[in-house]
Design a protein. Structure first.
Length: 58
């Protein structure tokens, strides 16, 4: 019996230097990771991706 491959997840977004909102979301993500809260960690990744897309891309 063969199994379907597991899905691959995108890499975590990298916060932009000198951006307070990126720094805040990154700290929240780190705290969530430290307490083992994968749901909150994923939420922070989504919010960070959206923020980067809205504020740091042209």
């Amino acid at each position: 019996m063969s199994y379907a491959p597991l899905p691959t997840w995108p890499a975590e977004p990298e916060p932009r230097p000198d951006c307070p909102r990126c720094h805040e979301l990154d700290e929240q993500r780190t705290t969530a990771h430290q307490r083992g809260d994968l749901t909150a960690m994923t939420d922070c990744n989504v919010l960070l991706r959206r923020h980067i897309n809205d504020q740091h891309t042209t």
